[in-house]
Design a protein around this ligand. Structure first.
Ligand SMILES: Nc1ncnc2c1ncn2[C@@H]1O[C@H](COP(=O)(O)OP(=O)(O)OP(=O)(O)O)[C@@H](O)[C@H]1O
Ligand SMILES: O=C(O)C1=C[C@@H](O)[C@@H](O)[C@H](O)C1
Ligand SMILES: [Mg+2]
Length: 199
């Protein structure tokens, strides 16, 4: 049976929608389980923008799952595919991009995402990330006896990188994913108003 997808969108006003007319790409970065794929889809549906998920694009083009690519080509092979994908997706216009959690590790990826538009970092604690990812076998880097330890190390190393490149940082907690998407829309709206000198 094929996986059922939720294509929910949020009610925003025409005025709010209009504010986004000149906003370039919106790219989501963050650790595994931070909500990039789930929130990105809602954000794209709400803003009526095309949606791309770098992991999903790699999987659909290779015909192999992320764990299979890691198994056959190693992490290095996956990162090469990811870099090509990030470059390609970043060149699109006014789309929403959910990146893979490790895409920010390469300077060329960071530069491409920044050049393409706004970068939003979905931040949360390793403990919460573990809760969200623990039953999913699709993340090869967490398939070890101490996934919390791995998430803590990744958080320590990557949090400064995500934070430094982000235009907007959204801390996610126990709220729903739709609230996170709305929070992003509000934060970008505020940034536009500020950049235009309206506030
Ligand atoms: N803010 C949130 N509140 C509750 N659940 C969440 C939240 N964000 C994400 N989740 C849940 O966590 C799980 C993982 O989310 P998702 O796949 O979107 O993460 P991701 O950032 O895309 O991870 P990856 O880097 O591995 O692709 C999903 O089941 C999603 O519904
Ligand atoms: O954080 C990471 O390094 C990864 C995150 C996922 O999105 C996938 O891109 C892959 O599992 C690696
Ligand atoms: Mg994802």
């Amino acid at each position: 049976m094929s996986k059922k997808r939720i294509h929910s969108s949020l009610p925003i006003t025409a005025a709010q929608q209009a504010l986004f007319a000149d906003v370039p790409n919106i790219s989501l970065v963050g650790l595994m389980g931070s909500g990039k794929s789930t929130v990105g889809r809602i954000l794209a549906n709400t803003l009526k923008r095309p949606y791309f998920d770098s992991d999903e694009e790699i999987v659909s083009r290779t015909g192999a799952s992320v764990p299979t690519i890691f198994e056959i080509e190693g992490e290095a092979g996956f990162r090469e595919r990811e870099a090509k994908m990030i470059r390609e997706l970043s060149e699109k216009q006014q789309v929403v991009i959910s990146t893979g959690g490790g895409a920010v590790l390469r300077e060329d990826n960071r530069a491409a995402l920044k050049a393409g538009g706004l970068v939003v970092y979905l931040s949360t604690t390793p403990e919460r990330l573990l809760v969200r990812t623990r039953y999913d076998r699709n993340r090869p880097l967490l398939q070890n006896p101490d996934p919390l330890g791995t998430l803590k190390k990744m958080h320590e190393f990557r949090h400064p990188i995500y934070s430094q490149m982000a235009d907007i940082i959204v801390t996610t907690g126990s709220g729903q994913v739709s609230q996170v998407a709305m929070h992003i829309i509000e934060a970008i709206s505020k940034k536009i108003a500020k950049d235009q000198g309206l506030t």
